[in-house]
Each structure stands twice: as C-alpha cells, then as structure tokens.
Design a protein around this ligand. Structure first.
Ligand SMILES: C[S@@+](CC[C@H](N)C(=O)[O-])C[C@H]1O[C@@H](n2cnc3c(N)ncnc32)[C@H](O)[C@@H]1O
Length: 249
C-alpha cells in the first residue's frame, strides 16, 4: 500500500470530493460550500497564462484521487508546505511565495480564471515554488494534508457571505477550524485577514474557542501586499482586520 507523507487517509479510498458526491440513486448531493462557482471565462491574458503554465503548475482535480498522491511529488521536491486558501488572482501568492523560496506554496482556488491569473503573476516573478489546485480547500485540507505537518496557512479575504441565511457557508467555522488547527505543525501560524467586521468577530470567536490555537487580532502583517480586493474594501470605508493564530505545542 502506498501511504505518502502528506496523505492522511490510511487506505486507498478517499471520500468523494465535493461535486463528486452522489446519492444512492445517482443524483448530485447538495453540499454547503464556502464558494459559488463564478464564471469560468478567461480573459486573453488569463488564457495565455493557463496555456503556458497549467501543465507544469496546476494539480488537476482528478490527480488527488490517486492513492499515491503526494505534495512533495506535485512540487518535485521535499519542502515545508504552506497553503493559501482562495488565492483569487494571486497578488498575495506571488509576493509571499517570493519571500518564502524555502517553502512549497500551494494556492487553492476554485475559480479557474483566478488560478490562471495567479500563474501569470507567479511566472512574471520567476517563481518555481508554487502549485495551484482547484479542489475545495475544506475537503483538501482534511484529506490530503497530514496532521501536524502544515508550515503555515493563509486565508486572506475569504468570501464574507454577509446575509444571515448564508453564514453557514463561511469558511471559518468551528468544524473547519478544528481540521485546520490539527493540520498545522506545533508552533505554525494561521494568518487571516478580512474587510468584513462581523466576519472578523466570527473568526475571533471561532479561533479563540479552538483549543489547539492561541492568538487573536494583530497589526497588519507587513509582508502581506495590498491587493485590489483589499483596496476596494478600503475605498468603501471598511476596516481591515488581520488575525494570527499559532498552533499550540
Ligand atoms: C473574496 S475572494 C479573495 C481572494 C484573494 N485572497 C484576495 O485577497 O484578493 C475569495 C476567494 O476564495 C475562493 N474560495 C472560497 N472558498 C474556497 C474553497 N473552499 N476552496 C478554494 N477556494 C475557495 C473563491 O473562489 C474566491 O476567489
């Protein structure tokens, strides 16, 4: 049996990925996801970046179904794994991966045009330590990252799902926080930022209550670049909250 360093499941069969789960009579299971599928149309630039780089840098969704899948293999080297959830167009990814040549930076983005644009930035920056994957980060962290291994986790401006009926779709929930905290290695950090005050409060409540984590609201992380998304929030008068939590030993 092939059990890799980063795979967590002890046997060959992982539960189906989101969008692959079927009812007994073959219908798609309705799932609560932290994203909605946005348009998949590429701009000319995104199409060119996808064409040029996807074979080398994108981990195809089906690849993770392979029982022998490992992140070290996907990156072509053994190095500490840093995960960014929802990289958008990759502004933070490119800047932060440049500052971390020692790490394998896995950018998770279900919106393919964003992943394509991220690749364009990564290429422009001359980086080789970034890979992209479009599989749901919630599923992926639980099933493809082993407990106590993650070097760092970044979650910048996750979708706020501001209507009360959609709060259940927010990424930072007690259940997800438990999985994420368990994946971090002791002493490793989960860095978050949001421009949505009520979500910042939820993040604090949820992460304060997670026994494996300690931390809270912090000064803006100096290395985190100001993104277009963040500028838009600032332009309409929102306050940005940065949070950092550390996995307890
Ligand atoms: C509001 S955008 C922020 C993008 C970027 N971090 C920034 O600051 O510009 C959130 C992104 O997270 C992605 N996303 C949300 N849930 C996700 C999940 N479970 N797995 C992967 N990507 C996800 C969405 O597709 C969206 O592009």
């Amino acid at each position: 049996m092939l059990v890799t360093d980063h795979a967590t499941d002890q046997d060959h069969v992982r539960p189906a990925r989101p969008h692959q789960k079927l009812t007994d009579d073959g219908r798609r299971v309705r799932e609560v996801l932290s994203y909605s599928r946005r348009g998949s149309r590429f701009t000319t630039r995104q199409a060119a970046a996808w064409e040029a780089h996807h074979e080398r840098w994108v981990v195809p969704d089906e690849a993770v179904d392979d029982s022998g899948f490992s992140w070290d293999q996907a990156f072509g080297r053994q190095a500490p794994l840093v995960v960014e959830i929802g990289c958008g167009t990759g502004e933070a990814t490119a800047a932060l991966a440049t500052a971390r040549p020692d790490a394998n930076v896995l950018a998770l983005e279900v919106w393919l045009p964003g992943a394509a644009e991220t690749m364009g930035r990564v290429a422009e920056a001359g980086l080789t330590n970034v890979r992209l994957c479009g599989v749901d980060a919630v599923w992926l962290l639980e099933h493809l990252v082993a407990p106590d291994t993650l070097e760092e986790l970044w979650t910048f401006f996750p979708d706020p799902w501001h209507k009360a009926k959609h709060h259940k779709r927010r990424l930072v929930t007690p259940a997800f926080a438990a999985v994420a905290a368990e994946r971090l290695r002791p002493g490793a950090r989960w860095r978050l930022a949001t421009d949505w005050a009520a979500y910042a409060e939820q993040m604090r409540d949820v992460l304060d209550a997670e026994p494996r984590l300690e931390g809270g609201v912090v000064e803006r992380w100096a290395e985190r670049p100001l993104t277009k998304f963040e500028r838009k929030g600032l332009a309409v008068g929102r306050t940005i909250t940065d949070l950092t939590y550390t996995r307890r030993a």
